[in-house]
Design a protein. Structure first.
Length: 75
């Protein structure tokens, strides 16, 4: 799903607003695995959230920009 960056901390943690208005966040480990170096408020990204049974639906488990990183094709 698509989201817009809301906050980004020096340690790599941050938050984003989904297109439906929900606020989601990620720990620094998720950003470290993204192949990204920096994101800025307002920037559009793709995210996956933990919506499994027991998940709260507000924790990002994967963060990426289409075309950046291993296995991503530039469109």
């Amino acid at each position: 799903m698509q989201a817009s960056i809301h906050t980004f901390a020096e340690d790599g943690s941050g938050s984003a607003l989904l297109d439906d208005g929900r606020l989601v966040s990620w720990p620094s480990e998720v950003f470290a695995g993204s192949a990204l170096r920096h994101v800025r408020p307002g920037q559009r990204v793709s995210v996956e959230v933990d919506d499994s049974e027991g998940g709260d639906g507000t924790t990002v488990t994967r963060l990426w920009i289409v075309g950046i990183g291993e296995g991503e094709t530039i469109r």
